[in-house]
Design a protein around this ligand. Structure first.
Ligand SMILES: NC(=O)c1ccc[n+]([C@@H]2O[C@H](COP(=O)([O-])OP(=O)(O)OC[C@H]3O[C@@H](n4cnc5c(N)ncnc54)[C@H](O)[C@@H]3O)[C@@H](O)[C@H]2O)c1
Length: 297
């Protein structure tokens, strides 16, 4: 994970500086199958590689014991066009999504953050916690899921893997203790109440990727310093931001910067110990190229 965080930070800097080429991703909506497929191309100059990820999100899969998200990434040499690798990218997607929150947490969370709360005890929730634990010396983590058995499994597995106190939370209010909050759920509506956020908390919101779906309450978006992975994609897909924008509660300038601009030192991140910072990600193909590069070498 620390290597993935380094690679994703570098990729975000290339994305925000305009060096990476990232055409808007194409979405194939199949409501009759409760499936969405995303086609995500990119070129990363640092590696001179072209990449393409095809990811499927099948809403009925978890009930069938299958992963919600499954993916494949193709890599080609950009100079010769030679295919280099075809990778099963389901695990890599979880790693790079964790790594993006790790990069944002490193840049935006308070240095003295010691307690994390994760919403969503699924595939992404696991790498969210792994990433946060890579950038801050956590003393405790709380996990909340609408399915208490999933939360219990998560607590046992992640506590063992990370040698960390991980406790299932009985209610979303558990985040009152948390310095870092990660939302990685399939919820269409906010998963916590703004009033429960601890002053100075940093929030990574990774779950929603459609304009009518959000995990964070608008009150949090309105009062937070807001950062995104990619501005154009956020304005297309991030319901957490699009809904308050459409309601006139915020303007586009409320999105202060892409995280790559903060990582490059161009825009300040956190300004005070008491404010709330929010990183909303919908995912970018540059992250997929970055972690695929770690595998292929
Ligand atoms: N930002 C990104 O780059 C990125 C990348 C991959 C996936 N995602 C998104 O992340 C989300 C989670 O994906 P996953 O693969 O971990 O799915 P998953 O099915 O493995 O886990 C989702 C979990 O969320 C729980 N949940 C649903 N509503 C909840 C609520 N209100 N409060 C607490 N828990 C709740 C479910 O019970 C489930 O355990 C999806 O929406 C997916 O599209 C985002």
């Amino acid at each position: 994970m620390p290597e993935a965080i380094r690679a994703v930070k570098e990729a975000f800097i290339q994305l925000s500086s305009g060096q990476a080429r990232v055409p808007a991703r194409t979405s194939i909506e199949l409501p009759e199958l409760r499936t969405t497929a995303l086609v995500m191309p990119a070129y990363l100059p640092a590696t001179k590689r072209i990449g393409l990820k095809l990811i499927s999100l099948c809403e009925d899969n978890p009930a069938k014991g299958l992963p919600l998200a499954q993916a494949v990434t193709i890599l080609m040499d950009a100079e010769t066009g030679t295919p280099l690798a075809v990778l099963d990218a389901s695990y890599l997607t979880a790693v790079r999504t964790g790594a993006s929150s790790g990069a944002a947490t490193d840049a935006l969370a308070r240095e003295d953050a010691r307690v994390a709360a994760v919403f969503g005890a699924g595939v992404q929730g696991r790498t969210q916690l792994e990433a946060v634990a890579s950038v801050r010396p956590l003393e405790k983590a709380l996990i909340f899921d609408v399915d208490p058995r999933a939360a219990a499994r998560f607590a046992e597995e992640m506590g063992r893997r990370l040698s960390l106190r991980v406790e299932p939370a009985a209610s979303p209010q558990a985040l009152r203790e948390a310095d870092i909050v990660c939302t990685a759920t399939t919820s269409a509506v906010p998963v916590f109440a703004d009033a429960d956020l601890k002053p100075g908390a940093h929030v990574n919101a990774v779950g929603s990727y459609k304009p009518h779906i959000r995990e964070t309450p608008p009150e949090t978006v309105i009062r937070a310093r807001v950062f995104v992975d990619h501005r154009a994609s956020a304005l297309e897909e991030a319901g957490d931001l699009i809904m308050p924008l459409r309601a006139g509660q915020i303007s586009e300038s409320h999105i202060l910067a892409e995280i790559g601009e903060v990582l490059a030192g161009l825009v300040p991140g956190r300004l005070s110990e008491e404010e709330i910072t929010l990183f909303k990600s919908v995912g970018s193909a540059v992250q997929d190229l970055a972690v695929a590069g770690l595998v292929v070498g």
